[in-house]
Design a protein around this ligand. Structure first.
Ligand code: GLA
Length: 379
């Protein structure tokens, strides 16, 4: 059943009547990985995989919420001690708390939600959930007085304070600011951003999900961030945004090899984002693709957030003549993003499915993605 109908039906049967419908999207990132929390550049866009929610104020001081996909319910209040047990409900609780902490208003509501953003694939289903509710609660209780930058930060703070992930701003920003057919070059230090039309004739974006699940909570993600902060501190700067390779070489003997490799990747990656944007502007798709492969190499060898399955997917893409391919998102599993010429699209899908299944005993999941709008009210 279509997502919208499924939600309307579940809301009516759980709570009776109807509420207001909101949606937000998962994201891709063409290039610029692990640069956001280093004050660097990223180049994401929202996609046509979304989380949708129906919500209605209930004139109480409690939230009653139902997840259709998990077939689970949660009820919670708005005090810090009311935090629900279920991880999925903490995302919504965290958004409520972060709005309240900023002086915004949240009253009790009933809600039902569902989505089609694949979980654990690196497409930021959690940011989609956060931004869907941040947008909705701003509309329902705050007369849209909270600006979009703050909505993204509310999602990010939810991850930090209620979910144990010290993430950057990229996912929530893309999910809130996403615009159809556009990627967003975001400067994560100033939060200046620019939309780049992205609809390259003769190419499409294909995600290949290794179906190896990553869990960023308690994962080495926070450790990577720590390494970057160590190096920035040693250099006497706020973030690696202000570092270059000469500066890094100078302190090489004072820092661990591990911290050196992490910082090297970040310094190179923030330049690659700018190079990709320039290449796109002049229609140089080959350069875009080459830089994507360089990012993969860096994420695999220097940042060490790849795994055997993702490296194999990258090798297959190269063999098939895919223009650009790399791990996308935090890493530790999830998917690769591939810039695929239409002429080899079908052959690539067939080959990658056959080869991956032969080696790992399960097929990868494949998603053709279209760049779409982010958080919005539907009705
Ligand atoms: C995760 C985080 C983002 C970003 C990416 C890596 O998706 O949530 O903030 O750091 O990893 O680029």
């Amino acid at each position: 059943m279509e997502l919208k109908n499924k939600i309307i039906e579940a809301f009516a049967s759980k709570f009776g009547g109807d509420g207001t419908l909101y949606a937000s999207a998962g994201r891709i990132n063409l290039i610029g990985e692990h640069t956001d929390y280093n004050g660097g550049f990223v180049f994401p866009g929202a996609i046509d995989k979304m989380i949708m929610a129906e919500i209605r104020p209930n004139n109480t001081d409690k939230v009653n919420i139902h997840s259709i996909d998990l077939d689970d319910n949660s009820t919670f209040g708005f005090n810090e001690t009311d935090a629900p047990q279920q991880q999925w409900a903490r995302y919504v609780f965290g958004v409520c708390r972060e709005i309240i902490k900023r002086g915004g208003k949240v009253e009790g509501f009933d809600a039902v939600f569902a989505g089609n953003v694949p979980l654990g694939a690196g497409l930021s289903s959690s940011a989609a959930l956060e931004s869907c509710f941040a947008f909705a609660l701003n509309d329902l209780f705050n007369n849209n007085s909270i600006d979009k930058f703050e909505l993204a930060k509310i999602g990010q703070s939810t991850e930090h304070n209620y979910c144990g992930v010290n993430c950057g701003i990229m996912d929530q920003f893309a999910s809130v600011f996403g615009k159809k057919d556009c990627l967003i070059r975001l400067d994560c230090r100033s939060l200046e951003y620019e939309y780049f039309p992205f609809n390259i004739d003769g190419y499409s974006l294909v995600l290949v999900d290794s179906v190896v699940k990553h869990e960023l909570v308690d994962s080495p993600y926070n450790k990577r961030r720590q390494s970057c902060e160590n190096v920035a501190k040693r250099l006497g700067i706020d973030t690696l945004r202000d570092a270059d390779m000469d500066m890094l070489e100078e302190i090489k003997s004072d820092i661990s090899t591990e911290d050196y490799m992490r910082a090297k990747f970040v310094i190179e990656e923030k330049e690659r984002v700018l190079d990709v944007c320039e290449a796109l502007n002049r229609g140089d798709i080959e350069t875009v693709g080459r830089l994507m492969y360089e990012t993969h190499r860096g994420l695999s060898k220097d940042y060490e957030v790849s795994c055997e399955e993702l490296d194999y997917l990258n090798d297959i893409a190269k063999e098939c003549g895919v223009t650009g391919s790399r791990i996308m998102g935090g890493g530790f599993g999830g998917c690769t993003i591939n810039l695929v010429p239409d002429t080899i699209h079908d052959k690539f899908l067939k080959t990658v499915t056959e080869k991956f299944s032969a080696r790992y005993g399960h097929s990868p999941k494949i998603y053709d993605v279209v760049i779409s709008d982010g958080a919005r009210r539907i009705s």
